[in-house]
Every structure is written in structure tokens, then in C-alpha cells.
Design a protein around this ligand. Structure first.
Ligand code: SF4
Length: 307
């Protein structure tokens, strides 16, 4: 990492791994989630929107149509690089293995799709699924994205996550033991979370063989349980300065080899209730970058102290 690379970014990792940028083809494979259909729980995680993430994806199209439309969009713009087929909405390993194979194959329509990324829950990972992913991993880079949000089991109950952290850890080890990369999602600003809980989550992740992380801000989306809590004054969103402080802490304290894919979540404007600062992603990223520069912080240097 040189002076300019203050942290391990996704784009740097793509250039190092593939030799060029990788563009995302976001896909809705038509899955649901065991935390919504009653298998594990109902209603889902309190922040989860009606589309289970990926609200911008056109679910009226088949997976192949979604992939073609987005590939053509990039090709029209003459974007250089390759692509990752990213199954984003809901839990994308929540189906029998044969069905999973058929759905994933529908997305892998071109050799330029060099990677397959699958967002899912750790309780939807088992040995059979890992064997399938291993097959794809021979020809393409495969990574699985797991939504941990927090390492605290108390927080997990508050947000209705529906599994214990030990389940996450088992899934991480099973995937990594079989050569599949793991990217973990965490959220800043969860209800009842203290600075200590956040520090514990970062410390905990540093002990695991994970490859990447996506850091999200908790925003209130329309038609979620969190919106009800927010409207009843039972939940207060995190303020901008505190968010920046915690992100800088994470960068400074995460292991140097962990690729940081994201520093902030993204909500469609029409669905965002609060906080309004969430709308200006560029300003959030610029503020983080300015802070890192001013304080001379680099990933893994452990210099950032929480304010
Ligand atoms: S596990 Fe994911 S898809 Fe399922 S309810 Fe939670 S956030 Fe939504």
C-alpha cells in the first residue's frame, strides 16, 4: 500500500486480481429469504426493504434479460474491463442445488463475466452448496457476501437477524476452507449499538479468514419495521460526524489484507426516509478521504481513536 492507497479498495483489488476494472451486473434471481417466509422468521430484518436490497434491478425481466441489458449498457458506454454477475436481492443460495445451478447459469452468458458474487445468509450455506460454488470457482472468481451487520447476538435479536453469530462463523470457515472468498456486510448505527459493540465487531472480523467487507450506514427505508420504530421515536438515526468517526475507526483497525468494497450504503432517493445526509454519497466519501489524509490514517495502522 503506497501513500495514496490509504485503504484496500475494491477497484484496486480488481486491477490487481483481473488486470482491469470489474463492473457489477446486479441480478434478482427470484429468491426469497428464510427470515421472511416463516422458515426462520417472518417480516425479515427490521431494515430490509420489500425487494430485499437491489431495488433498482428490473425483476420483471428474466435473469438472462437482466444480464444482457446491463452488459449492453456498459458496452454502449465503451467501458473497459470485465464483469461480475452479482446476485443481490434476498438470499441467493436459498433453493435446492439443482435450481441454484440453473439460475446462476442463466447469468453467466459471456466469458467477459469473470466473477460470480452471491449475497446470502450464513444459515443458507451448507456443504452441498459450497461444492457447487467450488465448481464455478474453477472458471471464474466466486465470492459470497454474508450479512453479519454486528457480531453482537443482542443486536442480532434487536434487528431480527434470525441467526447467532456462531452460525456466521461456521459458514465463513466452510467457505474459506473450500477456497471461496467471503465478503462481510456490517452496518453502522444499529439500534442499541454502542461504540464498544462496533469495536468488538471489527476485532472479531480481524480474527476470521475473511477477504472483504462492505460497510453500510443504517438508513430508514419506506415500508420497513425500522420506519415504524423511527416514526414512533423508538429509533434515532446516527449523525453524520459520528458515522465518519466510526468508518475511519474501521479503516484504521481492519487488517490490511481485507478489501474494503464499500464505505456507505446506498438507498434509492424515493425510498429514503432518514437520514437525509445519506443522499450525498460523494460528500460522505470525500469527508472520509479528507479525514484520512489530514490525520495520516492508513488501513490497519490502529491510529484512529474514537471521539
Ligand atoms: S437476511 Fe437479508 S433478505 Fe433476509 S430479511 Fe434480512 S436483510 Fe432481508
Amino acid at each position: 500500500m503506497n501513500q495514496i492507497r490509504r485503504y484496500n479498495t475494491f477497484s484496486n483489488w480488481c486491477n490487481d486480481t483481473f488486470g482491469h476494472p470489474i463492473h457489477k451486473i446486479c441480478l434478482d434471481g427470484g429468491f426469497t429469504c428464510p427470515n421472511r417466509d416463516g422458515t426462520v422468521g417472518v417480516g425479515g430484518c427490521i431494515f430490509c426493504g420489500e425487494r430485499g436490497s437491489g431495488e433498482h434491478v428490473n425483476a420483471k425481466q428474466t435473469v438472462t434479460e437482466q444480464a444482457i441489458a446491463q452488459l449492453n449498457h456498459y458496452l454502449r458506454r465503451k467501458e473497459k474491463g470485465g464483469f461480475v454477475a452479482y446476485f443481490q436481492n434476498f438470499s441467493n443460495t436459498y433453493a435446492p442445488v439443482q435450481e441454484l445451478r440453473e439460475i446462476y447459469d442463466k447469468a453467466l452468458i459471456s466469458k467477459e463475466i469473470e466473477a460470480l458474487a452471491i449475497a446470502t445468509r450464513p444459515d443458507c450455506i451448507n456443504e452441498e452448496i459450497v461444492s457447487l460454488l467450488k465448481e464455478y470457482n474453477k472458471d471464474r472468481k466466486v465470492w459470497v457476501e454474508l450479512g453479519l451487520q454486528s457480531s453482537s447476538d443482542e443486536t442480532a435479536i434487536r434487528i431480527n437477524r434470525g441467526y447467532k453469530t456462531e452460525v456466521f462463523e461456521r459458514a465463513v470457515r466452510l467457505l474459506r476452507d473450500n477456497g471461496i472468498d467471503v465478503v462481510v456486510h456490517i452496518i453502522i448505527g444499529l439500534p442499541g449499538e454502542t461504540d464498544r459493540d462496533f469495536v468488538n465487531t471489527i476485532d472479531y472480523l480481524n480474527t476470521l479468514p475473511i477477504n472483504g467487507i462492505k460497510i453500510h450506514s443504517l438508513y430508514v427505508m419506506k415500508n420497513t419495521k425500522l420506519e415504524v420504530y423511527y416514526n414512533n421515536n423508538e429509533y434515532k438515526t446516527i449523525d453524520f460526524a459520528k458515522y465518519i468517526d466510526l468508518v475511519c475507526y474501521a479503516i484504521s483497525h481492519l487488517r490490511e489484507d481485507i478489501v474494503i468494497h464499500r464505505l456507505v450504503g446506498e438507498c434509492m432517493e424515493s425510498l429514503l426516509v432518514a437520514p437525509r445526509w445519506e443522499e450525498d454519497k460523494n460528500s460522505i466519501l470525500q469527508t472520509i478521504s479528507d479525514k484520512l489524509e489530514k490525520e495520516d490514517i492508513k488501513q490497519g495502522d490502529k491510529k484512529w481513536i474514537l471521539h
